[in-house]
Design a protein around this ligand. Structure first.
Ligand code: LCS
Length: 393
């Protein structure tokens, strides 16, 4: 069932379902690498795309199909392509849609590996890229070159929480005939649907809010039109970054509670962001739900809520960051995000510690920056944990 007529919450439960032979009320796991053809002609028809029969799990699989249909329905797109990871999605997009001599414009604070793989590896094949403040449409226009082919946006960006105006991106892309790609990992389709703004491609690290339980790694791409899907899908198959059926089942299960999880995490995040903003050891808080966020009004327009990700800057810099990390108990000191458990991390001493300070600061990763992915625990317990940890800072 892929119906836009039923509501978002109903789609979370039903949009991935299909009629299996035993009438299972949940999507069955087809844990197989390969599928039996009825005969040689059937095999030939499957390969020719003239039959929708299954062939081989790297190419297609009913459980993975279900997840693809489900997320496509949530993002209101044409079709989905599930992946082994969010980076699988990034690489499928880069390698399928960019060729030597092309140029890509990307958000300056884009997820680190999305930039590293482009600058270190795709550059070897003559693909150029610029990393700019995509929150400023004038800067985006200035960055467009005759060979620009793609605008690759992450909003809110990880971990700076910078917000890009989706409508402006599409406007600029249409002026210059560019492909638009949105990393929607921080929002999930519960909060933001870039395809409805005219984006060509939306993708996720499914590891995060979509799965929501910090127990699998995966990714998914959804396109608005058939044309790009037909280019991206064979690239995923040939790169071999397919999802596994069991992994797809886990995500389908996790997705059922996406709205409930997002609502509860967001409720906690709103309280925590306000608490942090008043804390004497905090220099500033960047959360789309606070009027102090530079794009507060835009966030209200293009997101259905401020979400569950908060960044804040400690007055005490690097040392304060380490101390806070070493003294939390309930908040888990770990990378990743978007699960039911609250995670805290300090990019300068953890994920970005290998970057020199100047480049880090240029990307907005300041010494005292802390990122919180707020979960669904009792908020008073989370605040109590932070309060105790702050005392040691
Ligand atoms: N895009 C964003 C915005 C991400 O946050 C991540 C992972 C990815 C893409 C890549 O997805 P993956 O391959 O890991 O499924 N973000 C992580 C983070 O912030 N900490 O650990 C991973």
């Amino acid at each position: 069932m892929h119906s836009k007529k039923i509501g978002f919450n109903s789609r979370l439960i039903h949009a991935g379902m299909f009629d299996d032979q035993f009438g299972s009320a949940t999507v069955p796991i087809y844990q197989t690498s390969t599928f039996k053809f009825k005969n040689a002609d059937h095999g030939a028809a499957c390969f020719a795309g003239e039959s929708d029969g299954y062939i081989y799990t790297r190419i297609n699989n009913p459980t993975i199909d279900s997840l693809e249909k489900l997320v496509t329905s949530l993002e209101e797109g044409y079709k989905g392509i599930a992946m082994s990871s969010g980076m699988g999605a990034v690489n499928t997009i880069y390698s399928a849609l960019l060729k030597p001599g092309d140029h890509m414009i990307s958000t300056a604070a884009v997820y680190g590996p999305s930039r590293v793989v482009m600058e270190k590896h795709y550059s070897k094949y003559g693909i150029e890229s610029s990393y700019i403040d995509t929150g400023d449409p004038d800067k985006m226009r200035e960055a467009v070159q005759p060979n620009t082919r793609m605008l690759f946006i992450e909003t809110p960006a990880n971990p700076t929480m910078d917000i890009t105006d989706l409508k402006e991106v599409v406007k600029i892309a249409r002026e210059h005939n560019l492909i638009t790609v949105a990393d929607n990992t921080f929002c999930s389709p519960y909060l933001q649907k870039p395809l409805n703004f005219g984006f060509d491609i939306v993708f996720h690290s499914i590891t995060k809010f979509l799965n929501g339980h910090a127990d699998i790694v995966g990714g998914i791409i959804v396109t608005r039109e058939k044309e790009l899907h037909d280019i991206l899908r064979p690239m995923m198959v040939n790169l071999g970054c397919n999802m596994d059926p069991h992994q797809a089942y886990m995500v389908i299960r996790g997705l059922k509670t996406l709205s409930l999880r997002m609502e509860r995490s967001q409720e906690n995040a709103i309280k925590m962001a306000s608490w942090l903003e008043k804390h004497p050891k905090v220099a500033w808080v960047k959360y789309p739900g606070l009027p102090s966020h530079p794009k507060f009004e835009l966030a209200k327009k293009q997101m259905n809520g401020p979400g569950a990700m908060i960044s804040f800057e400690l007055k005490g810099g690097l040392e304060a960051g380490k101390r806070l990390m070493n003294n939390v108990n309930l908040c888990i000191l770990a990378v990743s995000l978007g699960g039911v458990e609250t995670l805290i991390q300090h990019p300068a001493s953890m994920t970005h510690s290998k970057m020199d300070m100047e480049s880090r600061e240029r990307s907005g990763i300041t010494n005292g920056l802390v990122r919180l992915s707020v979960g669904i625990e009792n908020v008073e317990d989370l605040l109590g944990d932070l309060d105790e940890a702050f005392e040691k800072v």
